[in-house]
Design a protein around this ligand. Structure first.
Ligand SMILES: [Zn+2]
Ligand SMILES: [Zn+2]
Length: 344
């Protein structure tokens, strides 16, 4: 079968590889209907391996149709259309027992450490598969995993309906965070900040009540200006820009919360005293909790225009590098890039 194999930096090849060799007892094999790619994939292609195991089939965002069912699997049948959460946890360690499966001691991800969904077929544990509602087409369902990551981020910071929320960085995950925050907000304003007007236009379409272009602006001043000088209840830093965490803390109101989503290549300096004296709480987030975040993502996709607004080009697997990973790495991709592994 055809699959996108990671060999090293700037070396992802579309190759013929062996099909998954029948599902393990707790697994299903999916015929991949649609996959999507994100900054994680393009970073691995550009300067990996970061998390990725060389030789692995990429792809952690995908929807498929069940083609084979392992002997111990119940609740899934051949022909079912499902998304896989892609993150695999052990179910037994101290973190799994407390429901924090994304922090599992043995956490592994399809498409990074294990063969993923940028292929015609993929094997996945049945326990991380969820049925796709009919209202979700394949393009929408392929966005369930990244949307689950965004909804997990929001769950970490405990957004209240009337919170004023600023989202700094309206890229892949940031734009989904805007969508989730706007969906939950009834009284509070959700403001998206970015340096790219097309991303800000998409953020508006996803529900942001206001947007601001931060080009040439001091970010902390901009955050204060946008919140009448008092700061936001919640500032979500999703840009990964080196100066942004400090600005996010300065732009939170007294008693406010800051959520760090963007990853950083180097340590950064924070004014902790200023943070402590204003009781600003700092949160972090990683991946998602399959049991709660994937169903929430599917529900939002089924009941909103999020997928239609977020969708970018749809490309064949053969074009993955030149029309997918490269433009994404070079920050010139518009919208979520969707990949069709075979011509149906
Ligand atoms: Zn991703
Ligand atoms: Zn575990």
């Amino acid at each position: 079968m055809k699959a996108a194999v990671f060999h090293g930096p700037r070396d992802v090849r579309i190759e013929d590889v062996a099909e998954p060799s029948g599902p393990a007892p707790d697994e299903v094999v999916l015929e991949v209907l649609r996959a999507a790619i994100c900054g994680t994939d393009s970073s691995e292609w550009d300067h990996g391996p970061i998390l990725c195991r060389p030789g692995v089939v990429l792809g952690h965002e995908f929807v498929g149709r069940v083609a084979e069912v392992g002997s111990d699997v119940s609740g899934l049948r051949v022909g079912d259309r499902v998304v896989s959460g892609a993150g695999i946890s052990c179910g037994r360690c101290a973190w799994c027992v407390r429901g924090r499966t994304n922090l599992c001691r043995e956490y592994r991800t399809l498409g990074l450490q294990l063969d993923g969904g940028l292929a015609e077929l993929v094997a996945t544990p049945a326990s991380i598969c969820r049925h796709v509602p009919e209202e979700c087409d394949d393009d929408a369902a392929a966005m369930a995993q990244p949307l689950a990551v965004a909804l997990h981020a929001l769950s970490r910071v405990g957004q209240r309906r009337d919170d004023s929320v600023a989202v700094v960085g309206a890229g892949g995950i940031g734009s989904f965070i805007v969508a989730g925050a706007a969906h939950s907000a009834t009284g509070g304003r959700v403001v998206a900040i970015d340096v790219d007007d097309s991303r800000l236009a998409a953020a508006s379409a996803l529900g942001a009540h206001a947007t601001a272009n931060a080009t040439g602006r001091d970010l902390s001043e901009l955050l204060l200006e946008l919140s009448d000088g008092v700061g936001f209840d919640v500032v979500i830093e999703a840009s990964g820009a080196p100066h942004a965490p400090a600005a996010a803390i300065a732009g939170a109101r007294r008693g406010g919360r800051v959520l760090l989503v963007g990853l950083h290549g180097a340590p950064c300096e924070l004014d902790l005293t200023r943070m402590i004296l204003r009781e600003v709480d700092l949160f972090t987030t990683v991946a998602h909790v399959c049991d709660s975040d994937v169903p929430a993502a599917l529900e939002l996709l089924a009941t909103s225009e999020v997928a239609a607004v977020a969708a970018g080009p749809r490309i064949p697997l053969d074009a993955l590098v030149e029309e997918g990973l490269r433009p994404l790495a070079e920050r010139r991709a518009g919208g979520k890039i969707l990949v069709t592994p075979r011509a149906y």
